[in-house]
Design a protein around this ligand. Structure first.
Ligand code: C2E
Ligand code: MG
Ligand code: MG
Length: 280
């Protein structure tokens, strides 16, 4: 029934026993997520961002779930379920609060290296009616400087309901909050709609960076994104930089920032502070 409804209703879907297993897995994860929120099994790790002089200037908060008996579960394995069962609001709220609290500590410990913290915001979370008020309250409670907050949204998040989206973004922009388009280049948003949005940053999707060495098409895409971003006055960050060759290619073309295993994996907060203090 759910499959039929998801496919637009008024359709027929046949039952297969494998569906049962999938539905059971989903239900099991949903209840585990509820427990995880109550028992604070989540943690944020932070991956540093570097500029062309290899100076760290910020970081991205990335969610981790330490599931008892199962080890660390990656966000790609549970965000979708959290979105589908409505837990993403609560989870996203926890992420915002935790990252903004942490930002103060980062800035006190290493003031020159934390111009901003980037936080991923799910489309479901962004579209809730009181998202702006919620973030405003968290900013007040944590005392975080809104100008040091970058919200990462995907093309899908911002290209629907464009008028409402622009209105929400403008209200947060007025406080100083910045917006970044995550995984840029793999979505289906039209350039015309993107141009209407108050965006300050684009993150080139990792898939283009990965094949720089052997795919001339990806090189062209990267050069095009860089040129477009520059004309629009945006900061461009390359994701998933793993090798020296990738870094050189991007740096030679004046990409503004880099993130990836070449520099560092995401780290727990205290480890990142330690690395910062020892000069990274
Ligand atoms: P993303 O926002 O595009 O984050 C970058 C992902 O790439 C992270 O995966 C990071 O660990 C990984 N990465 C960074 N550098 C490299 C590299 O050099 N090579 C490779 N192969 N991977 C690299 P992670 O932490 O597993 O997160 C996956 C996705 O889950 C994120 O993609 C984001 O879409 C989502 N996510 C993570 N944290 C949150 C959160 O707090 N809220 C929401 N809504 N989504 C989140
Ligand atoms: Mg991101
Ligand atoms: Mg990304």
């Amino acid at each position: 029934m759910y499959r039929g409804k998801a496919a637009g209703r008024n359709v027929t879907r046949f039952y297969d026993p494998s569906m049962r297993t999938l539905a059971d897995d989903r239900l099991e994860m949903e209840s585990a997520l509820r427990v995880a929120l109550k028992e604070e099994q989540f943690e944020l790790h932070y991956q540093p961002l570097f500029d062309g002089q290899q100076r760290m200037f910020g970081c991205e908060a990335l969610l981790r779930w330490e599931r008892p008996g199962r080890g660390q579960v990656p966000p790609t394995a549970f965000i979708r379920v959290a979105e589908e069962c409505g837990l993403i609001q609560q989870l996203g709220d926890w992420v915002l609060r935790t990252a903004l609290q942490q930002l103060g500590e980062f800035q006190r410990a290493c003031p020159d290296h934390f111009e901003h913290v980037s936080i991923n915001v799910s489309a479901y979370q962004f579209r809730t009616r009181d998202f702006v008020q919620q973030l405003e309250a968290i900013l007040v409670n944590t005392g975080a400087d809104p100008r040091a907050v970058v919200l990462e949204v995907t093309e899908g998040t911002v290209s629907e309901n464009i008028d409402q989206t622009v209105a929400k973004m403008e209200r947060l922009r007025a406080l100083g909050v910045r917006f970044s388009v995550d995984d840029f280049g793999v979505g289906y948003s039209s350039l015309a709609s993107l141009m209407r949005l108050p965006l300050q940053q684009l993150k080139i999707d990792r898939s283009f960076v990965r094949d720089i060495d052997n795919d001339p098409g990806d090189k062209i895409i990267i050069e095009t994104i860089l040129s477009m971003g520059r004309h629009l006055g945006m900061q461009i960050i390359a994701e998933g930089v793993e090798t020296d060759t990738q870094l050189s290619f991007l740096r030679d073309r004046d990409c503004d920032g880099f993130q990836g295993y070449f520099f560092s994996h995401p780290l727990p907060a205290d480890e990142l502070i330690k690395r910062c203090r020892s000069g990274l």
